[in-house]
Design a protein around this ligand. Structure first.
Ligand code: HEM
Length: 320
């Protein structure tokens, strides 16, 4: 994946700083009411449509895709295109030339968006992130097209697939614990704690990028020599019985805010305040508005993403 996800400081920090302001708690809280409207609208459409419905396509993916499109200034009408390309990026077992072809198509699409913005003499830098980067970085010569495209690519890809997987997989986990789903519907103030616990319990990005030590380093009494790699298994940390009581149980009242589902250190997820608000609104609204929600197929028939870097479900057939 291009851009700062796989960079070291100082370049990483300089690039990340260009977009941190868009993901402060204050900025994303200001979006909460709009996100709530989107979720209500999607649930209205699902309830008005045929049963069973696929919760992934009806709710879980469109919510974060809509929001990241607002922020970046990407037309939502193109969602089928960019979701398809994103899927290839994270799927295991895709031939390199196929994956690279898909990445190139998504890159070209974003280059065209950047160029289109740059051609607009009245471009408003406050309109969206791409417009701001064009005005403040590209036109001032501080960044080239590739740099702007790279940030847009990272945001678009990181900003919807992860949250979409969490929304669907988290719903499934709640449906497997119906008393907790009901509790959330009865008391939406449980939503923030429920989101943290679901993030911990599911740890959908279960193997963040390997780290390579630049110099001899001791972590937890273990010497890691310069040049050696570390594979951070966050799902294991999030189920550490030395840290959590009964870690293999889901307990939305646990208050597990110290989990590692968003990573740790300088690459810790930039979009986590946004993901939190999206997921809080999502689970609480679904549990309140569709209390009879249930799986429409036996659990064994749910297609899990065992073939992808980010865990989730390919589809979640539900009825109510
Ligand atoms: C539930 C949803 C999400 C999960 C579980 C998640 C998880 C993660 C994790 C584990 C990392 C660290 C990767 C590493 O260290 O190798 C990360 C980085 C990142 N995430 Fe998220 N993410 C989520 C949603 C989002 C959203 C909505 C955005 C919005 C744009 C986003 C943008 C990013 C970016 C830009 C980085 C790279 C940060 C850096 O390298 O400094 N993520 N995410």
């Amino acid at each position: 994946m291009p851009s700062f996800l796989r960079m070291d400081p100082p370049v990483h920090d300089d690039l990340r700083r260009l977009v941190t302001r868009d993901f402060t708690i204050k900025r994303v809280e200001a979006l909460r009411a709009r996100i709530q409207d989107v979720v209500h609208g999607l649930i209205d459409d699902m309830l008005a449509g045929p049963k069973p419905a696929d919760l992934v396509q009806a709710l879980a993916l469109p919510m974060p895709a809509t929001v990241i499109c607002w922020l970046l200034g990407v037309p939502y009408d193109d969602h089928a295109f960019f979701q398809d390309r994103t899927t290839y990026l994270f799927r295991h077992g895709v031939a390199d030339d196929v994956r690279n072809g898909k990445i190139a198509e998504l890159s070209d699409y974003l280059y065209a968006l950047v160029d289109g913005r740059n051609a607009d003499p009245d471009l408003d830098p406050e309109a969206d992130i791409i417009s701001r980067l064009v005005v403040e970085q590209l036109r001032t010569g501080q960044m080239d097209r590739k740099g702007v495209q790279g940030i847009a690519f990272l945001m678009l890809v990181a900003g919807h697939e992860t949250t979409g997987n969490m929304a669907a997989l988290g719903t499934l986990a709640l449906l497997q614990h119906p008393e907790q789903f009901k509790a959330l519907g009865d008391d939406p103030s449980l939503a923030p704690m429920a989101v943290e616990e679901l993030l911990r319990y599911l740890t959908i990005l279960n193997e963040p990028d390997w780290r390579v030590a630049k110099e001899d380093t001791v972590i937890g009494g273990q010497l890691i020599k310069a040049g050696e790699a570390v594979v951070p298994l966050t799902f294991s940390a999030n189920r550490d019985e030395g840290h959590y009581d009964d870690p293999n149980s889901l307990d939305i009242r646990r208050g597990a805010r110290d989990h590692l589902a968003f990573g740790y250190g300088i690459h810790q997820c930039l979009g986590q305040p946004l993901a939190r608000v999206e997921l809080q609104v999502f689970y609480a609204t679904l549990a309140r508005r569709v209390p009879t929600l249930k799986l429409a197929v036996p659990l064994e028939e749910v297609p899990f993403k065992t073939d992808a870097l980010i865990y989730g479900v390919h589809a979640l057939p539900v009825t109510w």
